[in-house]
Ligand binder design. Structure first.
Ligand code: IGP
Length: 284
């Protein structure tokens, strides 16, 4: 018989609640170490914003690609041991990625704002800050590190927080990408007046498994409303093959975010080129 006390801590699956619990501690510590004046100074010397959504819309590839710079994830452990953020970002750009997603969470993904900063000065395409945003100070820090867009996860924010954070992001001249993985959250986001980019996450927040049919399901349910509102839709998580890419494209998304399947390849530039130039039929 297994008693709860015999379960070792490292065997317990990570939950979204646990991530947020740690994120709250991280944010509290960040705020302790920071003054308003130093934040303002950092912001005023931040590199200018690049236009994330225009870069996606002007891509010659349909769907366009946001390639993700991510060293590891708690659910799939170390993805790329020879992780060099700038080298990876440069290869992605040469391959044809329109924008990059840079994971900045340290504890669960081994990312950091320093990755964002380093890439910003060396690679000339727009950058998304991929983190668990629960406080406006993270948005300010993302901007000062050179982010052009910030991810907001609908499942961890109230409607009021979503509205406030959107306002901060737009005030700083950036784009917001609002992530949803179910119809309830998609409908909440559609109620917001100024959502412009929505990302359908194919991932479950309970076991972090991915299923690209989530994209099809949500698109089938709200395709006309999304079109009418002129919202740019992204599909992310678990997109691995050219077939997966055309599957979500046929469901109606304009862009994909891909990380792990690219990062597993030795030659990243070639991996991106092969993916974007693969001739799978896409019917519209
Ligand atoms: O590596 P994948 O399966 O291509 O997925 C990328 C991205 O969607 C995933 O890393 C992700 C989804 N939501 C996040 C929030 C934070 C960090 C990372 C993520």
């Amino acid at each position: 018989m297994i008693y709860p006390g015999t379960i070792h801590n490292h065997q317990m699956p990570v939950t979204l609640q646990e991530i947020i619990w740690h994120k709250k501690l991280e944010v509290a510590k960040m705020q302790q170490d920071m003054t308003w004046a130093s934040l303002q100074r950092q912001l005023s010397s931040a590199p200018t914003v690049r236009d994330f959504s225009t870069a996606l819309q002007q891509s010659i590839y349909k769907p366009s690609l946001i390639a993700e710079v991510k060293k590891s994830s708690f659910y799939h452990s170390l993805i790329r041991p020879d992780f060099e953020p700038v080298t990876i970002a440069q290869a992605y750009k040469r391959g044809g990625a329109s924008c990059l997603s840079v994971v900045t969470d340290k504890k669960f993904f081994q990312g950091g704002f320093d990755h964002l900063r380093a890439i910003r000065y060396r690679v000339a395409i727009p950058l998304l800050c991929k983190d668990f945003i629960i406080d406006p100070c993270q948005i300010y820090l993302a901007r000062s590190a050179g982010a052009d867009a910030v991810l907001l996860i609908a499942a961890i924010l109230t409607d009021k927080e979503l509205k406030n954070f959107l306002r901060v992001i737009y005030y700083l001249g950036m784009n917001a990408i609002i992530q949803v993985n179910n119809l309830h959250d998609l409908d909440r986001v559609l109620e917001l007046e100024d959502a412009r980019i929505i990302s359908i996450n194919n991932q479950s927040y309970s076991d972090f498994s991915s299923n690209i049919h989530i994209t099809q399901e949500l698109m089938d349910a709200r395709r006309s409303q999304l079109q009418k509102l002129g919202i740019l839709v992204i599909s992310e998580s678990g997109i691995e093959t050219p077939e997966d890419l055309s599957f979500v494209a046929e469901a109606g998304v304009q862009t994909v975010i891909m990380g792990e399947s690219l990062l597993k390849e030795h030659d990243l530039e070639l991996a991106v080129k092969n993916l974007l130039q693969s001739k799978f039929p896409i019917h519209h």
